[in-house]
Write a new protein. Structure first.
Length: 124
């Protein structure tokens, strides 16, 4: 597992323009399985922990409304950054990714995450 996640993070760092940070966590427990940041002051585990709470609350809303929906992703566009919170198809894992919006874009970022999403489900 850790080799796969390390390869995942290094690939994003190398191939995703504007890469800032990534973290992978289990939604139910909040356990962080992996994190990487190229900015010393940016703590992706802390960011994913807060975003995990947003995802849990939205899951509660969906359940309370009796909807047959699931969360695919949540995108926050900040002044100079894009933060994507991607939820695995089985609803068990959260992938948090931050990129510099002056160097990267939402489409490329989502495409990179989609390549790994299924592998994260099966290899963790």
């Amino acid at each position: 597992m850790s080799d796969f996640l390390k390869e995942f993070g290094e690939n994003l760092k190398t191939n995703l323009p504007g890469f800032i940070a990534v973290a992978v966590a289990e939604i139910k427990s909040g356990i962080s399985y992996y994190s990487l940041s190229v900015v010393d002051s940016f703590d992706p585990e802390l960011a994913s922990a807060f975003n995990l709470e947003v995802v849990k609350q939205k899951m509660n809303v969906i359940a309370s409304l009796g909807l047959k929906e699931k969360i695919d992703d949540v995108i926050f566009t900040l002044t100079n950054q894009i933060h994507i919170v991607d939820v695995s198809d089985n609803g068990e894992y959260l992938i948090y990714l931050a990129v510099d919006s002056t160097k990267g874009n939402i489409g490329m970022t989502k495409a990179m995450l989609s390549r790994y999403k299924k592998d994260i489900e099966s290899k963790i």
